[in-house]
Design a protein around this ligand. Sequence first.
Ligand code: NAD
Length: 314
Amino acid sequence: MSRLVLVTGAAGFIGSNLCDALLDQGYAVRAADNLSAGEMSNLVQAQGRPGFEFHHVDVSDPDVCNRLCEGVSAVLHQAALSSVPASVADPARAHRDTATTTLHLLAACRTRGVSRFLLAASAACYSERAVQPLREDAEIWPLSPYAAAKVASEQYVKAFVGMGVDGACLRYFNVYGPRHSAKSSYANVIPAFTRRILDGGKLSVFGDGSQTRDFVHVRDVVRANLLALHTKTPLGGVSLNIATGRRTALNDLISAIEARCERKAAVDHLPDRPGDFKHSLADVATARKLLGFEAQVSLEDGIATVVDWMKSSA
Ligand SMILES: NC(=O)c1ccc[n+]([C@@H]2O[C@H](COP(=O)([O-])OP(=O)(O)OC[C@H]3O[C@@H](n4cnc5c(N)ncnc54)[C@H](O)[C@@H]3O)[C@@H](O)[C@H]2O)c1
């Protein structure tokens, strides 16, 4: 079997961490990104390593997908318009970069005989009304074009199983770690808060900070992908929560970042933001059962990797 793996969205936060880990494991990596959000600086470690090739392409083009899938044994599809607010601003683009890309890559996998497809799916698919901790069979109700495009992508993964492309939908929860950019105006909470605390700025928190999230380190997300890649058991299009199964309140997150930065931050409490979930916590039993996956990185250790990376890349 070929040891060549295609990673889309490879210049992004999660994609670039995946490329490094795959190369460490002896895989050849074909990396593809249109650089709409990703940065080549994320790939400096990968570039020049034996077996690594980078393609500056758009994977919403079926011909591009067909070329990229030639000779590969698996596709790890990370490319997407990864921001919820950006998807609200431009729903058609969210659909193209997230769902259309999935469809064309799956069709190319079928043509080229690629047997494994792993989708970067999202916890954003779950309904606000779903019972916590969230099991994979909880109610699905996308609240944004981003979430809708991820749900559509999952359905395509399932549909293509019957057409010879085995795969899984890895529903990442709140992923954090090195290379998670704080630059975008849509920056996620951990990089945004870490940057502000390091710069001595004020934090803006919606509500009283008691809202909770399931923060999972990128190293664990990478490990979940490798387990799903290696398993001999057919995955059958299954959806799996990739998370820690632990809840962290925003206030506790801020304390953990402050402790690592050795600096306190002033906090502005704003009114609750309509549409924000109060809590999001995964039930992780299915990934444990099917993949033997268990998150290993503690919040303290994970925050340390973010702070150290930000200090070193400043
Ligand atoms: N970061 C999280 O917390 C999280 C949570 C759930 C799911 N996800 C999913 O994981 C994946 C990776 O997320 P991330 O945080 O690394 O995001 P990211 O924005 O850093 O990476 C996405 C990459 O895809 C590229 N891209 C977008 N459209 C493309 C296209 N049409 N052709 C080629 N490349 C394209 C971007 O340039 C970017 O480099 C995404 O699918 C995202 O939706 C992320």
